[in-house]
Design a protein around this ligand. Sequence first.
Ligand SMILES: NC(=O)c1ccc[n+]([C@@H]2O[C@H](COP(=O)([O-])OP(=O)(O)OC[C@H]3O[C@@H](n4cnc5c(N)ncnc54)[C@H](OP(=O)(O)O)[C@@H]3O)[C@@H](O)[C@H]2O)c1
Length: 216
Amino acid sequence: MNPHPQLAILGFGTMGQAISAGLVEASGYPAGRIRVATRHPQAARSRAEALGLAPGPDPAAAVRAAEVVLLCVKPRELKGLLAGLTGTGALDHRPLLVSIAAGVSLDFLAGQVPGGTPLVRAMPNTPCAIRRGMTVLSPGTGVTPTQMALARSLFEPLGRVLELDEKHMDAVTGLSASGPAFQFVILEALAEGGVQCGLPRAVALELAAQVAAGLG
Ligand SMILES: NC(=O)c1ccc[n+]([C@@H]2O[C@H](COP(=O)([O-])OP(=O)(O)OC[C@H]3O[C@@H](n4cnc5c(N)ncnc54)[C@H](OP(=O)(O)O)[C@@H]3O)[C@@H](O)[C@H]2O)c1
């Protein structure tokens, strides 16, 4: 198995960028093996180029060249995106599809793509960008151990990886995927307490941030 499969990342927002940064900057994934695609490539250009990635062709062209497709669009965009890919035959070679969309089931995904397309549901988090991520994976029906190993190989360089039954995905989404946002609220509240007690805001933020870093 090629340790760096040809990868298409569809969606290059918060998570598409966090995963790309973790793969390319922190893990040495060859930028040439990754294509990112969005609806508006011009908007993604500078962020992609900073990682050495070319904001690619349209999603269908990126998928046709891919062994693994990482779906990093908002849940509401998935149905239309997958309909377009299926309709243009871009999935006919049955690449491994890995969806990180919150709340979107494997059953729903299976209904949008050609029969026999291997599917994995993943729930990563933003610290993947600095290799401190937590990702949970759930295999779809019929996914082979080799395909699961392929999915794991994308996320293991970005932090910790667990495999769990899909029934746990909503809890995982609330805990480890949303956890960084909750931690920032706590951190800001801590700093605000310091400001209320007279500390300059920059100092209060530095103290609170260092407390959080020390717990890591
Ligand atoms: N944010 C988190 O902490 C987090 C954690 C775990 C999982 N997730 C999941 O990750 C997914 C992405 O979330 P996000 O926060 O990264 O969203 P985001 O910042 O809004 O990024 C979405 C990206 O998708 C692109 N896009 C939208 N429609 C598209 C289409 N039809 N084809 C190709 N690209 C398309 C957008 O660019 P254009 O508008 O230019 O197309 C944008 O680059 C969601 O499903 C979410 O549930 C998020």
